[in-house]
Design a protein around this ligand. Sequence first.
Ligand SMILES: [Mn+2]
Length: 306
Amino acid sequence: MSSICFRSASVKVEMFGVFILRESLKRLSFVRQAHPAVRRTTRRSFASSSSSRRQLNEPLSGAKFPRVGGISTMMRLPHQTDTIGLDACYVGVPLDIGTSYRSGTRLGPRQIRYESFVLGPCNYTGAAPFESLQVADIGDVTLNLYDLKKSCEMIREQYAAIVANGCKPLTLGGDHTLTYPILQAIKEKYGPVGLVHIDAHDDVADTMLGEKVTHGTPFRRAAEEGCLDPKRVIQIGLRGSNYSPPNDLYEYQKEMGFQVVPAHRCWHKSMEPLMEKVRNMMGDGPVYLSFDIDFIDPGLAPGTEV
Ligand SMILES: [Mn+2]
């Protein structure tokens, strides 16, 4: 998602599912060992019986239908209104009434879909998710944009239905408030999950302007309600100015046992050792991935919120 340039507001991309994470990590290591042509052949021969029987969706090719046309779905995948038969689904949450600064992320899902038209089904790293997963775009959840708490309840209810059959949601946001009700729904089905949170901010405030539910509080609320497995939580990329001196930073995370990797610990070095650590931390349990566009330097992704 980092290739998407979205200028007007911050955008969260959320992914859930240990299967997807494990598969993509496997492929990232596999790609170093084989030429793409060899790898394609090999992977097809390993296709599971269920996926080889199924007709899997593919993003509509720009060679078959003009990129500027077609239905405006994520990656030009088919649209369906439920998750029947899906391993994973793209779903938008056009919410921005939980933000403390610049609004506009309600336009995020629509804009991410627009920018995704140029994406193909695989790339040079060897990632080819549509060869083994059935994926579709199920559109956006409905919200009440005049009532944040009501919207959270609506998100939780709709995500409970989305994950009920095991489908893994790939969420296009939307401000970070939305992660709290999604994690509530996921906990109902899977119990506490690991969390890989990539962001400039930790989003574990207790309150903002006296409110418990905001874009700066989702992970504290989720932890309080047992949605997270604290020993499998890692926050990567935190940076910027703070209200506390350096020695007092991350008190909450220390108390909870969360791992924190500030941005300056990522500079000028390979991320491979860190990713190895993340893989070991997460193990075989369910994992939720939350990616905030402001993890990317504003020089490359300007105009985000906070
Ligand atoms: Mn952020």
